[in-house]
Design a protein around this ligand. Sequence first.
Ligand code: SF4
Length: 460
Amino acid sequence: MKKIAIIMCNDMHMDIERSNVLLNYIVQNSNYEIVCDYTIADIVIIQTCAFGNGKRYSMQVIADVRVNANPNAKIIVTGCLLPISREELKVIPGIEVKSFDELILMFKKADIHLYQEIVPQNKVIISEGCLKRCSYCVYPLIVGKYTSKPMEDILSEVARLYETETNIYLTGAQETSDYGRDLYGEPSFAKLLQKICTQFPNCNYIIGWFHPAGLTEEMISVIAQNKNIIEIMLHIQHVDETILKNMNRPTMKFTDEKIQKLRKLRPDLAISTEVIVGFPGETQLEFQKLVKYLNRGYFTDIGVASYEQVLGTDASVMEKQVPEGIKKERLKFIQTKFNACIYPSNKDNFMMSVIEEYMKAYDLFCHLPKYILNNRQKYNCIAGIDTKAKTEELEEILKEVFEYIINSRSEFDFQKNKKILTEKYTTEARMLFYSMIERGNFKEGIKQRAKKLLLDDNQD
Ligand code: SF4
């Protein structure tokens, strides 16, 4: 059987969904075996990223694959870089450049409905594309027109996840607030959200990638009424009015007013945000304004990116570009002061994926004493991890533990998961899980949550 490896873009939701579609499709309709190790694959598919330094990273991946892949392997490059760098990619020897549709056709000439495939994660992608035109962002140029999924399709996806999930992440690839404009003639996210909360009440919802301009009174009222909407990812990017104007983003007066309203109506709501430092023209004074605003403590999680001059965007030709050294300092400052995660991650400061963390922990787990887990069956797999099946079983255990940590956002889930973890694993096992997380490159918030979840109260 021929082998195929897919190196996914782990940044943008759209491509994660497409990767899933592709994987499902290949598994169901072809004779290829999916492998993780691309060096043994007959076909290697690379999904590129064009966001921020994703381009540089994707180019490095292409170079690595060309060197290390099986010399007879077919290397196919697809993803977000194509619309902006197709010609550049085409001159790289030894690779084929194909769009997602061409790729599907390559495996079989068949019509695939993107949204009917199973997406094996607690995430529902409600739309694709972006109608906004932020001056620093290349996405509107890449993705093309905004396409919303019909409400019925979204409701059936939520229904399917509702059976097993406690938290469902509703997001757009890339932007959520304009949901429905193309299909229903007006922004309809609030209506969709209300339907979801009414039909599937016993589940928590997280709203992803929400542009502040979409915080209408209707939207705020739906969030206020439904306490199971536990988080909104509201990206403010900056607070200085001149910078926001140059970014082509809404005024801070508007955004701040809405945030305060949300905070008043729902003090328990998690509001996470992302900001950009070093946008052209950002002086120390403007940077300090941003810091001062973040200091107010409205946000539960902060992501920070250093402005990147991306070809084709309006901001790339603006005057007063900020020197790299200053951008780095400002990025570091926000990261340290607010425990912010750097977004998007880069190679020097790479936020480890859960899978990488598992593999790093593998050695540690090989040497665990036999009494580490309460469950004898599980303990066997720890005692001698010498087969693929046993390694996979171990990875499953770790994956489950990480999922409990990630999914313990609300007090209810936290208490429920703490009980499960305490019953399932010995104190020593939980301490080892925590030591892995403590050493890993996770956000401080995740580490704190893991500590509270995994360690006994008297060890907090
Ligand atoms: S809203 Fe987001 S995806 Fe859309 S243009 Fe702005 S930054 Fe880009």
